[in-house]
Design a protein around this ligand. Structure first.
Ligand SMILES: Nc1ncnc2c1ncn2[C@@H]1O[C@H](COP(=O)(O)OP(=O)(O)O)[C@@H](O)[C@H]1O
Ligand SMILES: [Mg+2]
Length: 664
């Protein structure tokens, strides 16, 4: 019964979309765009129509623009002869069965080659491809008879790289405290080569206590434990610290302990670390270079993932030796997240007061190596497209393209395996949403940070007790949010039943952005069309773009890249499959992005009432702006959004800034 309703709804929604796509394709012509231009910034910026008008006039491409056909598309405005194969060898996607009208509109759809700054990189073979053929085009099978008998043995990691790692010796401050009106560093990080393990090791350097100090601190701590009557997680850090220090001074005077300044500072640090902070791992939480912290069980060192691309995972010198010690530590984490962790409910997903995400398991029969936890650090400053360019994760061309897509309210899913940077990329993309639009974001744990004034962030709530009484799911939240008439809906991570509401929203004029844990288009389709999401396949055509991210080690460096971008052109009812187009892909051999062709850009061009030249200029201008923002290191997300926002309302302002006129 439920399925039936789904199907009907799906069909209805798809119909709306097909009609829409059909109309938008009708006016399209065959277009070949030469390389990206260098447009002087001042070039009539004010004339650009930045509205998202959907008025469709006749095509305004002059005959001189029409220079021939692209890929498998033959001529203009004609449907493809039945059964004809495209040049890639894949069956022509829009071929109609004999005697029937073509089922799918893009018989006339064209792909606009993405204006290319790099010459000589071939355009994709077919502008619109069946998804299966993408794989066939890219890879070929290597015969396995390739093992050579006489082979000089060299490790995969080059000598040079190992030498580089052996030479590492890095120190930087982690924790500083105010002491007598001055800021004093009390804990440091040290990263250096460890010969016995033949790897780098991360050490925390903390103040050393002598025997007398150690005993005194032990005594103070046990008295403090008795006297503390406040739950520190419930009050502000500053007041918690002041309260703790008042108690500390009272206890030391009661005990008659006399300390010099040095000892006093040491005690203050350890009390802060153990009573307010997270104990042994507190200094790690202060290291902005750490992406995450993980503990796999007792007697296993804690690992961290370092942002330095040549380090990656690093062993630390912190180890929980006893089961009880680790168990009580994990319970302490749970208390800080405000969620429950018990033998009956041994799994926890939550956030620390600073926003860091925690996953923890209490060591019971289900965790064989004892309790474990992973803390994903919360960035103080969310990444902007400027950082994305800086890390080489995407090129200015890719971001200019996504900027145009988001401005035109297309729906995007950012996909990839865990920790590839999906949420970060999603947050960066959201900065392109026009500043005045209404955004509702829905998440399991609050990660997104947007500068938009009209932004409603909501977070799902797990219920209480074993029955989960009082839980509010992402599905509930999303359903409610659509009634708030958002211009954009952002779903932190699409996982369950909320997918249906999200896609329904997309079909009814509420474009969506989200992340999904899947690394191929087929995996996405599988996840979306099976339980618990269970969308009818045809509904997927409401999605416009899929951005794939990957994290890989290349030549000794850990890098994150947009591995490809797939445009969802529509749903082919005859083949019961999605029709897609690959607009960008990453070439791992050269570490370069290959610009292919875009059907969506043609759609956008038309929506904006642009000629092909207008589109080229618009793309070029945005590439220039992004490069300029990158050169100027505009990394603050609010500042970035403000400048991008000014491009919508007052493009001359940013043009002047780029020419060195006006105040930044
Ligand atoms: N493009 C990038 N370059 C470098 N580091 C990144 C990039 N994207 C994300 N990160 C870092 O990687 C970690 C995981 O990112 P996150 O977006 O949470 O991943 P995901 O959502 O895919 O699990 C974070 O610490 C983040 O700061
Ligand atoms: Mg994520």
């Amino acid at each position: 019964m439920a399925r039936k309703v789904y199907r009907n709804l799906g069909a209805k929604i798809s119909k709306v979309k097909s009609n829409r796509s059909k109309r938008s394709y009708e006016a399209a012509k065959v277009i070949v765009v030469p390389e990206i231009r260098t447009v002087p910034v001042s070039a009539k910026v004010t004339q650009i129509n930045l509205g998202t008008s959907t008025v469709r006039g006749p095509s305004n491409i002059s005959a001189s623009n029409v220079t021939g056909n692209i890929g498998s598309v033959k001529g203009t405005g004609q449907s493809q002869p039945t059964g004809e194969k495209s040049s890639s060898g894949a069956p022509a996607p829009m071929a109609a069965p004999p005697g029937q009208a073509p089922q799918f509109a893009p018989a006339t759809a064209q792909a606009v080659p993405i204006p290319m700054p790099m010459q000589g990189q071939g355009y994709g073979k077919a502008p619109v491809v069946q998804r299966q053929s993408i794989l066939r085009e890219r890879y070929e099978a290597i015969p396995l008879k390739i093992v050579e008998k006489e082979f000089p043995f060299v490790g995969v990691e080059s000598e040079e790289m190992t030498e580089k790692l052996k030479a590492v010796s890095e120190n930087y401050p982690l924790v500083s405290m105010k002491f007598k009106g001055k800021k004093v560093t009390v804990a440091w990080a040290n990263i250096s080569w460890n010969e016995p393990t033949h790897s780098l090791i991360y050490k925390i350097i903390e103040p050393r206590l002598d025997k007398k100090e150690y005993d005194q601190l032990g005594e103070i701590k046990s008295l403090l434990r008795e006297k503390l009557d406040i739950d520190f997680s419930k009050i502000k850090l500053e007041s918690a610290y002041q309260y703790l220090m008042r108690k500390f001074i009272k206890i030391t005077s009661d005990l008659g302990i006399k300390m010099d300044d040095k000892t006093k500072l040491k005690f203050q640090y350890y009390l802060f670390r153990d009573f307010i902070g997270l104990g042994l791992i507190e200094p790690l939480l202060h290291d902005p270079n750490i992406e995450d912290i993980s503990c796999d069980g007792t007697n296993i060192p804690i690992f961290i993932y370092h942002r330095n691309p040549i380090y990656g995972q690093l062993k630390t010198t912190i180890v929980f030796k006893k089961k009880e010690e680790l168990d009580s530590f994990v319970l302490k984490i749970a208390q800080k997240t405000g969620r429950t962790l018990t033998i009956a409910q041994p799994l926890l997903d939550g956030a620390l007061p600073d926003g860091s995400r925690v996953q923890a398991t209490l060591g019971t029969d289900i965790a064989r190596r004892g309790s474990n936890f992973t803390i994903r650090k919360f960035p103080e400053n969310p990444m902007t497209p400027v950082d994305v360019i800086g890390y080489g994760t995407a090129s200015p061309e890719i971001l200019a393209y996504l900027w145009l897509c988001i401005e035109n309210r297309l729906s995007v899913l950012v996909c990839g395996p865990t920790a590839t940077g999906k949420t970060t990329f999603l947050n960066a993309l959201s900065l392109f949403i026009r500043p005045e639009l209404k955004i509702v974001s829905i998440e399991d744990t609050a990660e997104l940070q947007l500068p938009h004034p009209n932004w409603i962030p909501v977070v799902a709530r797990t219920g209480f007790g074993l029955k989960g009484y009082g839980d509010v799911t992402m599905f509930d939240l999303l359903k409610a949010s659509l009634r708030q008439r958002p211009d954009y809906v952002i779903v932190g991570e699409v996982r369950g039943a909320e997918a249906y509401v999200m896609f329904q929203g997309m079909a009814t004029g509420h474009p969506g952005l989200g992340t999904l844990h899947a690394d191929t288009l087929s995996a996405i389709i599988d996840r979306l069309t099976t339980k618990p999401m269970d969308l009818p396949m045809a509904m997927l055509e409401n999605l416009d773009l899929v951005v794939f991210l990957m994290l890989t080690k290349r030549k000794g460096r850990y890098i994150r890249r947009v591995s490809e971008i797939v445009e969802i052109i529509g749903y082919d009812y005859t083949r019961k499959d999605l029709v897609t187009n690959n607009s960008f892909r990453w070439d791992p051999m050269k570490d370069e992005f290959v610009l292919m062709k875009s059907v969506l850009l043609d759609k956008i061009r038309e929506r904006m009432g642009f000629t092909i030249d207008d589109l080229k200029n618009e793309m070029s201008r945005r590439v220039q702006i992004l490069k300029w923002l990158h050169d100027k290191k505009i990394k603050d997300f609010k500042r970035f959004a403000k400048l991008v926002g000014s491009y919508y309302t007052n493009p001359q302002f940013i043009g002047d800034l780029m020419k060195g006129e006006g105040e930044l």
